[in-house]
Design a protein around this ligand. Structure first.
Ligand SMILES: [Zn+2]
Length: 133
């Protein structure tokens, strides 16, 4: 999803999407906030977007978007955690990206929520440290 008002795109499409490590050879300044097997979150300063990768999901989220999605994941967890097979991907989760819903398990909800929370926390911490220096 492209941010409103941004003409330049650093979306990782076409051939660049084939390999995660090659996602990032574009010219916008960015910071990697989280990286683990099948997970990666970077913040692009030009687009002011979080690029979130979790499994086969790749979403571009604004600061507000990532917070909204995090709250939504928490709501679904409150509803379904412990009530169904944790590996069963049967929970359809709304995202801030129009028309995009994610099919997740409660295991995914936990892991994805942790990824978003950690990434936002990491970003805020880096901004805070930069202000101190
Ligand atoms: Zn960008």
């Amino acid at each position: 999803m492209r941010a409103a008002g941004s003409n330049v795109s650093c979306r990782f499409d076409g051939v660049n999407s084939i390999q995660m490590n090659h996602f990032f050879d574009y010219h916008h300044p960015f910071e990697v906030l989280r990286e683990a097997a099948g997970q990666k979150v970077v913040f692009c300063y030009e687009c002011q977007l979080y690029h979130v990768h979790y499994g086969t999901i790749a979403l571009d989220l604004s600061e507000r978007g990532i917070q909204t999605l995090n709250i939504t994941l928490g709501r679904y967890l409150a509803m379904y955690d412990g009530t169904i097979d944790p590996k069963r991907r049967c929970i359809e989760v709304e995202t801030p990206c129009e028309g995009i819903r994610l099919l997740l398990s409660t295991h995914d909800l936990h892991a994805f929520k942790e990824l978003l929370t950690d990434s936002v926390g990491e970003f805020e911490e880096r901004i805070r440290l930069r202000r101190l220096n």
